[in-house]
Write a protein that binds this ligand. Sequence first.
Ligand code: CA
Length: 229
Amino acid sequence: MNQILIIEDEVSIAELEKDYLELSGFAVEIETDGAKGLDKALSGAYCLIILDIMLPGADGFEICKRVRQEKDIPVIMVSAKKEDIDKIRGLGLGADDYITKPFSPSEMVARVKAHLGRYERLLQSGVVANEVIEIRGLKIDKTARRIWVNGEERSFTTKEFDLLTFLAQNPNHVYTKEELFTNIWDMESIGDIATVTVHIKKIREKIEFNTAKPQYIETIWGVGYRFKM
Ligand code: CA
């Protein structure tokens, strides 16, 4: 997503901004009508918006307010009047920056790059996808530590969750009870491996349709357990 939307009715200014941004490697789209610009801003996949204030159709104040309600991409407002900047501040529209006309195009490009850099860092720090394992009807969200069976959430104890997750992320691998005990209970397996059997039984009651014919965790007689892929 590398496209910038310029909403500006003065074509010479819009073209100047476009030229400089394209020289810096951005893709740029110009919209001269405020109402159409608002539609594009809300429906398109832009990384940043450069927004004039006095526009036909809808003014920059209204556009900024509406965009902010739905998107968190940077918005840089451009105005010919110093008073407008006080108004932008006073209205709390959520614009990220403002530039007064006439402006130096290279300064505008520098500000665009600064805001995009900040926005990308924000995205990387704030929005991290959860780690999810999905096998047939079983969904394990490792990050949120939640489990769903055919879309229905089930509750698991810490050790049940750890044991099922360990098996599910190592499918088709046969583990002995000793290995599972060492891995999940995080200590030397000194005897009570029966606890593994007890936990497998409880997990099966929560995830299997028929515990006598398990479709997820198979018992490998005389050896241990295996998660069927
Ligand atoms: Ca204008």
